[in-house]
Design a protein around this ligand. Sequence first.
Ligand code: SAH
Length: 419
Amino acid sequence: MPKKFPTSHQPHTAATPSLPVVKISPRGAARLKSGHPWVYRSDITAAENVPPGAMVHVADQRGKVLGTALYSSSSQIAIRMLAKNDAEIPSLPSLIAERIRAALAYRQHLVADTDAYRIVFSEADFLPGLIIDRYNDVLFVQILTQAMDAEPVRGAIIQTLVEGRAPSPVQVDSGAPPAGIVERVDARIRDLEQLPPRQSGLLWGTKSSTVIQMNGVRFHYDALEGQKTGAFLDQRENYATAARHAHGQALDAFCYQGGFALHLAPHCSGVTGVDSSRPALEMADKNAALNGREIEWIEANAFDLLRDYADAGHRYDTVVLDPPAFAKTKRDLDKARSGYKELNLRALKMLSPGGILVTCSCSFHVSAADLLEVVAAAANDARKTLRLLEDRTQAKDHPILLNVPETGYLKCMIFNVSN
Ligand code: SAH
C-alpha cells in the first residue's frame, strides 16, 4: 500500500534562518569588492530593525547579497564581513568555535620556544572583534564588538577554549585545560559599542597570574594588572633577533616589564632599562630576579634621559627604542615623525662604532618607509653611517592579512652603526 503523504503545503525550514538585510552604498560595495572586510556607517543606506550585534546579509543597492557580516549599531565600522557571497552560516556560535580551532591549528607550526602567544587576532583570524592570548595556563580574552559580546557567542568562545579540542595548543603541556580564562575589559571600547559596563575578571577557572617563558627567558604575568597585553607578545621574535646582535653596554628605552632588557642581558656586559611607569619597572625587577639577572632600572621620561645622557657624552654599544604609538591617527603623523627622529638622533649620538640600534614603531600610521626615512635623517644629523641588518615586523602569531592593512602595525629595524 503506497504511503499517503500529506497534501497540504509544509513550510520549508531552511538551514540558515533568514537574516536581516543591511544595504550599502556603491562606495561600500566597491570597498568590499576590493577585499577589505569593513563597511563604514557612512556607507550604510538601509538597516531597518537590525538588532545590535546581529548577523546580517549585506546587499548592494539593487538587493544583491554580497555576503554575511556582523553588524554594529554604534561603531563607525558598521559591518565586519564573515563570509562572501551566498556562503551559508547555519550558526554563528559554531562558526566562531570552528574559526577559533582553525586559529589554534594555524599557530601549531608557527609558534616555537614559548608558552605565550596570540591565539586569535581579530580580522587576521577571520574573527572580527575577538582577541585571545595564551600566557602559559592562563588565557586572556578581549571582546571588542557587540556581536562577540552577545550570548550565545560568549559562551561558545569560552567553551571552545576550555574544551581545547585537538589540534589545540590551549591544552597546556600536561594536556590539561587552561587554569583560568580572564576577560580584560576596555571601558572606552564598551562605551563606543554601547555595551553595558563590565568589570575585568575571570570568566572561567581560578587562575589569573602565572609565569610564562619565551626564548628561554621567564616573565611574571598577571592578566588583571599591566597596561596592555600584546606589548609583549608581538615583539617575541624580535627579542630573540635583537639578542643575537646585542653586545657591550645596552640601553633599553621604554622597557616596560623588561622584554628586550632581559633578552639582551646574557649577551651584554651591562643593561639599563628606562621607563616612566613605576609599576612596569617593579615588575621588570621581579622578572630580572626570576632569571637571575642584574639590570639597572631607571624611572624617567625617556626623551629627557636620552637628551641628558647624549649631551653628557654617555656611550652605548646597543640601544633599543620601543616607544608607545605616537600616531594614533593619521593627523598625528608629522608630530610622530619628529618624536621618532628626536629619539633616534639621541640614541645614534651615543652609539659607538660597531654599535647596534634596535628601533621600533607600533603606530599603524607610521609605515616602514616612514620609519626608515626618519632614521636616515637622524643618522645624517648625527653624522653616522648605518647598515640595515634586520627589517622586521610583528611575531607570526599576530598575522598580517594582506587585504586588511590595519592588521600590520609593528616595525622593528635593527641597524649596525659603522662609524
Ligand atoms: N619594550 C616593551 C614595550 C614598550 S610599551 C616590551 O617589549 O615589553 C611602551 C612603554 O613606554 C610603556 O611601558 C610606557 O610606560 C612607556 N612610556 C611611555 N611614555 C614614556 C616616556 N615618555 N618615557 C619613558 N617611558 C615611557
